[in-house]
Design a protein. Structure first.
Length: 152
């Protein structure tokens, strides 16, 4: 899918109630929103599938819902520490930090997640700390392998 096709898909599912809520909560936000809920976005993300390049493109959008979609479709095998460090600088609006670091986040499935969580939980930066603890939550849910106690 292309960026425009994804945005059209999101727009097809826009919610007037969600848009009103967004405008009430974030009247000064540089981002706009179609008010699509996370449950609907997850279903749409399954239609789109994993696509790292598209995820990076959607992250650059000024549409909040497109950024969320980018987080949902990103490929954890291709996410770099540099990408994570750049994106965490921009997660202070809406639920971006929540979806970025928890909610079964792609970031939580990267090979460097434990190191990242530890670093961010100790950061003086509020957004990084919040995301670090979100990642810790995701790590705590691991079933196939246990979270390394010595790291925490």
């Amino acid at each position: 899918m292309t960026e425009q096709q994804v945005i059209d898909l999101i727009e097809d599912h826009k919610s007037e109630r969600g848009m009103q809520w967004w405008n009430k909560l974030y009247p000064d936000s540089p981002l706009t929103s179609y008010g699509v809920g996370l449950t609907v976005l997850r279903k749409l993300a399954k239609q789109v599938g994993r696509d790292h390049a598209l995820a990076l493109t959607l992250w650059q959008s000024n549409l909040y819902d497109a950024r969320l979609m980018g987080l949902l479709i990103d490929d954890p095998k291709l996410i770099t520490r540099e990408q994570a460090e750049a994106q965490v600088e921009e997660v202070n609006i809406g639920h971006l930090s929540h979806v970025f670091s928890s909610c079964d986040a792609a970031l939580a499935k990267t090979p460097f997640v434990v190191e990242l969580a530890v670093d961010w939980m100790q950061s003086p930066d509020k957004a990084r700390r919040c995301c670090g603890y979100g990642l810790l939550y995701e790590i705590s849910k691991w079933k196939k392998k246990s979270a390394p106690d010595d790291a925490f």
